[in-house]
Write a protein that binds this ligand. Structure first.
Ligand code: PLP
Length: 431
């Protein structure tokens, strides 16, 4: 069971921008936290950006996964967001974990997860990390090249190897096959090398790219995996598992899952174990980020006779908005003014249409770098001032895990945990 159950959050009442219990709970948590901050007297860091994490959303995503992909056992991709409470919840729900390094393996083992539930899914591993995996019984590992096989022979000869194959990830947001994956014309040679080294290949792995948008990529990848399964079986390997990787998005999941399920039923017999490595799918919508306006610059355009503002937040692309650079995201700012109510920003392209009775803003991070821009142009129907708070939804994937300390700012922001689902609450000891 879970170590260190989290404390419940005592939230006040606040109106929310949308109907529904979920937004109300998030609103309450945002307001409660912000109401406790006195900007004129607080200590450095007390007014830092923070997250509200709805663990109920993670729970619901898991139930949705089980409904639409019952054959595929998810191994959560820790790299996407190694939040300790997310990991605890998923551990309780019985998922496996995809780890990319010693630290991730250590974190997952540290919450009591059995090593057999972990796949070290990094085809190009650091030797000391591989030694750590070997000494802690994390046997499932991926590879895609001959040098990795020699490394494995030396350090972990009884590992259970998954051959990662190349996919067509051209329709994904973050392409991974530029860097990883064996082409189909090289798999026989790799499998023969593994055979000669007396290594144990047990499966095939692929990843169709993070933020995948073309369901056909899954179909083709499963077909290719079938080809490699047959190749490996022909060489005498006992192939028992297919790893379908990540790439699932909340918005398109049902459709992707449908195509994948059909492909699995068509090409993989029912005794083949299927695992996946979803990251973004589980956490993207579960995290809301609140930031505080630390400064404002008025920009008057005498020619157009307009006034707009540059807002400077206490978080930027070197912090939790790293997702703008690394993950090609475009987070939408919303106002949480005086902790009282929510308002959507109407984002628009520069040179686009004019919205009457609104004020234009560009939004910047706190560092001295000009690249540190969160939103180039948005408009709010009311004036935003220093001391106001903005919030951004869908900030759970590839955000805080890639934040830096550039300019001396923190890379570690508080998370206020809530649960909008009684299933998650029961597992985590929340009310
Ligand atoms: N598995 C591997 C090997 C990855 O590299 C990644 C992301 O980079 C993931 C899983 C998670 O992908 P996603 O967040 O798109 O589900």
């Amino acid at each position: 069971s879970i170590r260190n159950p989290i404390k419940s959050i005592d939230c006040g009442i606040v109106e929310s921008h949308g109907a529904g219990n979920v937004q109300r709970l998030i609103g309450q948590a945002l307001k409660k936290r912000i109401d406790d901050i006195d900007h004129d007297t607080c200590e450095v860091g007390d007014e830092d950006a923070f997250f509200v994490a709805d663990l109920g959303e993670v729970y619901r995503q898991h139930m949705r996964w089980k409904l639409h992909l019952p054959r595929v056992k998810p191994h959560y991709a820790v790299k996407c967001n190694p939040d300790p409470q997310v990991l605890r919840l998923l551990a309780e729900l019985g998922t496996g974990f995809d780890c990319a390094s010693k630290a991730e393996i250590e974190q997952v083992l540290g919450i009591g997860v059995e090593p057999t539930r972990i796949i070290y899914a990094q085809p190009c591993k650091t030797k000391s990390h591989l030694r750590y995996a070997a000494s802690h019984g994390v046997k499932q590992i991926t590879f895609d090249n001959i040098d990795e096989l020699h490394k494995t022979k030396q350090l972990f000869p009884n590992a259970e190897l998954y051959l990662r194959i190349l996919t067509d990830d051209s329709a994904s947001m973050c392409r991974l096959s530029l860097k990883f994956g064996a082409a189909l014309d090289s798999t026989r040679e790799l499998l023969e090398a593994a055979k000669n080294l007396e290594l144990n290949v047990v499966g095939v792995a692929f990843h169709v790219g993070s933020g995948a948008s073309d369901p056909k990529a899954f179909l083709k990848a499963v077909q290719d995996a079938r080809y490699v399964f047959d190749q490996a079986s022909g060489l005498g390997f006992n192939m028992h598992t297919l790893d379908v990787g990540g790439g699932f998005c909340t918005e398109t999941f049902d459709q992707m899952a449908g195509v994948l399920s059909n492909a699995l039923d068509l090409y993989m017999p029912s005794n083949t174990r299927i695992i996946g490595e979803p990251g973004r799918y589980y956490v993207s919508n579960a995290f809301t980020l609140a930031c505080h306006v630390i400064a404002r610059r008025t920009v008057v355009d005498p020619t157009l006779e307009t006034t707009s503002y540059m807002l400077y937040l206490n978080d930027g692309v070197y912090g939790n908005f790293s997702s703008i650079i690394f993950d090609h995201q475009n987070p939408i700012p919303r106002i949480l003014k005086n902790g009282q109510h929510f308002m959507h920003a109407s984002t628009r392209v520069v040179g686009g249409y004019e919205t009457p009775n609104t004020t234009d803003y560009s939004i910047w991070g706190p560092t001295c770098d000009g690249i540190d821009c969160v939103t180039q142009m948005c408009s709010f129907p009311e004036v935003v001032d220093i001391g106001d708070w903005l919030y951004f939804e869908k900030m759970g994937a590839y955000t805080k895990c890639s934040a830096t300390r550039f300019n001396g700012f923190t890379d570690s922001h508080d998370v206020v945990y809530i649960s909008s689902d009684s299933g998650a609450s029961a597992l985590l000891g929340l009310p």
